[in-house]
Design a protein around this ligand. Structure first.
Ligand code: HEC
Length: 132
């Protein structure tokens, strides 16, 4: 066996070990848990296509901490999701989910969205919802 062959097989072994380590690393293990809730699963299924898997936006606006969704009260957010938003001239409309999601599911998916915000934004939005 030449030294080259040995080093290639060693490289392959090392690569395999690295892949195994990556698959078990805390980062890889915790990533799916973001969606490991009823709201997270609903968001992935119904919302991520337009709003991005982490609310980073796309055809629909950002819903994460970089957006302004936390400036809406619980009531306003629930109405937007349940009834949709039809803005004349908008290239893509926010669909109405009231026939697809139960009121409880709307709350669950909005809980997931709030999880994308900072703690300060959550407190701000909670105070806003209590005021109005
Ligand atoms: C077909 C694309 C599409 C899908 C799917 C979609 N949305 Fe939207 N959504 C939009 C668009 C476009 C807007 C902006 C509407 C406007 O203001 O004109 C929007 C707006 C919103 C807003 C208001 C945001 C703000 O800051 O004013 C919320 C909240 C929201 N969507 C939540 C959801 C949730 C939750 C789901 C899944 C149940 C969902 N959306 C699915 C396209 C989509």
């Amino acid at each position: 066996m030449s030294t080259t062959a040995i080093s290639i097989s060693q490289l392959l072994t090392a690569a395999g070990l690295m892949l195994g380590v990556a698959a078990c690393s805390p980062a890889a293990a915790s990533a799916p848990s973001l969606y490991d809730s009823p709201g997270g699963r609903l968001f992935l299924r119904h919302c991520a296509a337009c709003h991005g898997a982490r609310g980073e936006g796309g055809a629909g606006p950002l819903l994460n901490a970089a957006g302004h969704a936390h400036h809406h009260t619980d009531g306003e957010l629930a109405t937007a999701v349940t009834d949709g938003i039809a803005r004349p001239g908008a290239p893509v409309a926010m669909p109405a989910w009231g026939n697809t999601l139960s009121p409880q599911e709307v709350r669950q998916v909005l809980e997931f969205v709030k999880g994308l915000w900072t703690e300060e934004q959550r407190q701000f939005q909670q105070a806003l919802s209590a005021q109005r």
